[in-house]
Design a protein around this ligand. Structure first.
Ligand code: 5BU
Length: 402
C-alpha cells in the first residue's frame, strides 16, 4: 500500500496543499483521480488493492460510481472476471430507459467502487439505485480513505495528533481508557494492567484521592514503558489568563505531565491560545469539546460547527475534537468519542452509550474512550482486549470501506 501511495504522490494523483473542494470545504489533501488514467499499471495496482481489501465481502457483480471510478470498476471486472454494472446518471429517455446497465438478476450482490469520498452522497445515491433495482449492496469501497499512518504525513496535522496517530498505527489500538477510579493507587494499578492495550490514559486529576507529584511521576514512567499518552480531561472553560493558571499551577500542575487536555469552546479561542503559550512541549496539545455524549447537551448544530472552526486559530496545538459524530471531514484532526460500551444504552444519569462499531465504523470517528465498560468488568484485561479488538476491526473495515 505504501509503495502505491508513493507512486500516487509521484504522478500527482495525490497532492498536499490547500484546496477548496466542490463542497466549499478546505482540504489539506487533494485526490485528482483523473490523473491516474495516464498510468494503466497504477490503475490496475489500485484495483487489485481494492480487490484485496474487499475479499471478505461476498459479491457477484461490481459497479463504479460515475464517472471517475468507472475505470477502477472496469479493471476489477476484467481482472477478476466479475460482471460489470454501469449506473447511469439519468435514465435514458429512449430505448430501454434502464438506469442500471448490465446483466444481473434481483437478489444478486454488488460491490460499489468509488474513487474519493467526501460526504458519500454519490455513493449513497448509487447504493439506493442498485437496491431499488433489487440488488444487495454489502460493501462500498473507496480508494481514498486514509489510514492513521497516512494522516501523520499531512502538513496540517498538529504535533500531538501526529504522535497519537503514529502510536495508534504502531500499537494497533484506538482505545483510550477513562480511568475514573477513586484513588491514585488504583489508577496506577490500572495503568500497569491495561497500559499495553491502550493509546491514551484519561483521568480527572481533581477526582482522584491522594494526588501528589509522586503520582504523576510514576504514571509517566508507566506510560513510557507501556507506550500510551496521558490525557487530563480538564475541560478548561475560563478566560485565557485563569485557564493558564489552572493548567500550570495549583496542586495538579497539569502542564507538567499531561500530553493532552480538553478545552470547551464556550469561552472562545483565548483559553486555547493561553494554554498553547504555557505548554511545556510543542508536542503536546488539546482536544476541543465540540459535542458531548450526555443527554440534552447544548453542544450541537451551530455551536459544534463554530467549535470546529475555532480550532483553525490554533492549528499547532489543537489535535482534534471530542465528538460523537464526524464533525469534520478534514483528516488532519483526530476525532475522539466518549460514551462507548459494547452494548448501547445509558447509565441512568444522562450518559448515552454507542458501540465501537457504530462510532468508529459507521460514524467515522477515530478513538473510543471507555470507562465503566472496562472498569466495572470482572475481568478488566479481557474486557479491554475485547474493546480493543472491536474498535480496531471497525477501523480496519473503514479504511477499506466508507
Ligand atoms: P464512562 O464510564 O465510559 O461513561 O466514562 C466516560 C468518560 O468520558 C468520563 O470520564 C467522562 O468525563 C468523559 N466524557 C464523557 O463521557 N462525555 C463527554 O461528552 C465528554 C467526556 Br467531553
Amino acid at each position: 500500500m505504501d509503495e502505491c501511495t508513493d507512486r500516487l504522490l509521484d504522478v500527482q494523483v495525490l497532492k498536499f496543499g490547500t484546496y477548496t473542494l466542490r463542497t466549499g470545504l478546505v482540504s489539506p489533501v487533494y485526490v485528482d483521480f483523473r490523473e491516474i488514467f495516464g498510468f494503466p499499471d497504477l490503475l490496475c495496482e489500485l484495483a487489485e488493492l481494492i480487490f484485496q481489501a474487499s475479499r471478505e465481502a461476498q459479491y457477484e457483480l461490481v459497479c463504479g460510481v460515475p464517472y471517475t471510478a468507472l475505470p477502477l470498476a472496469t479493471c476489477l471486472s476484467i481482472t477478476h472476471r466479475l460482471p460489470l454494472l454501469i449506473r447511469r446518471k439519468e435514465a435514458k429517455g429512449y430505448g430501454t430507459k434502464r438506469i442500471v446497465e448490465g446483466k444481473f438478476v434481483p437478489g444478486q450482490t454488488c460491490l460499489i467502487v468509488e474513487d474519493v469520498v467526501t460526504f458519500g452522497t454519490s455513493i449513497l445515491d448509487t447504493a439506493r439505485i442498485l437496491q431499488q433495482a433489487g440488488l444487495k449492496v454489502p460493501r462500498i469501497i473507496s480508494a481514498a480513505a486514509m489510514s492513521y499512518g497516512q494522516r501523520t504525513l499531512l502538513p496540517t496535522t498538529a504535533p500531538f495528533a501526529t504522535r497519537l496517530l503514529s502510536l495508534m498505527e504502531e500499537k494497533r489500538t484506538n482505545v483510550a481508557l477513562a480511568a475514573d477510579v477513586l484513588s491514585c493507587a488504583e489508577a496506577l494499578a490500572l495503568a500497569e494492567e491495561l497500559g499495553p492495550e491502550i493509546c491514551m490514559f484519561k483521568i480527572h486529576a481533581d477526582a482522584l484521592g491522594g494526588f501528589d507529584e509522586s503520582f504523576h511521576l510514576r504514571l509517566a514512567e508507566i506510560a513510557k514503558r507501556h507506550r500510551f499518552l496521558l490525557f487530563e480531561d480538564r475541560k478548561f472553560a475560563d478566560i485565557g489568563s485563569v485557564a493558564r493558571r489552572q493548567y500550570e499551577g495549583g496542586i495538579f500542575r497539569i502542564s507538567h505531565w499531561a500530553d493532552v487536555v480538553t478545552v470547551h469552546a464556550v469561552a472562545g479561542p483565548s483559553a486555547l491560545l493561553s494554554l498553547q503559550e504555557a505548554c511545556s512541549s510543542t508536542d503536546n496539545g488539546a482536544f476541543i469539546v465540540s459535542e458531548m455524549s450526555c443527554q440534552g447537551s447544548l453542544a450541537v448544530g451551530n455551536y459544534t460547527q463554530a467549535a470546529v472552526e475555532m480550532a483553525k486559530v490554533c492549528r499547532d496545538f489543537v489535535a482534534g475534537f471530542i465528538c460523537t459524530s464526524r464533525v469534520t471531514t478534514d483528516p488532519s484532526w483526530v476525532l475522539v468519542t466518549p460514551g462507548v460500551k459494547l452494548q448501547e444504552g445509558g447509565d441512568g444519569q444522562g450518559q448515552q452509550y454507542l458501540t465501537p462499531e457504530e462510532v468508529i465504523g459507521r460514524r467515522g470517528t477515530d478513538v473510543i474512550v471507555v470507562g465503566r465498560g472496562i472498569i466495572d468488568a470482572d475481568d478488566r484485561l479481557a474486557t479491554a482486549q475485547a474493546y480493543r479488538h472491536a474498535a480496531w476491526q471497525a477501523y480496519e473495515g473503514r479504511v477499506a470501506q466508507i
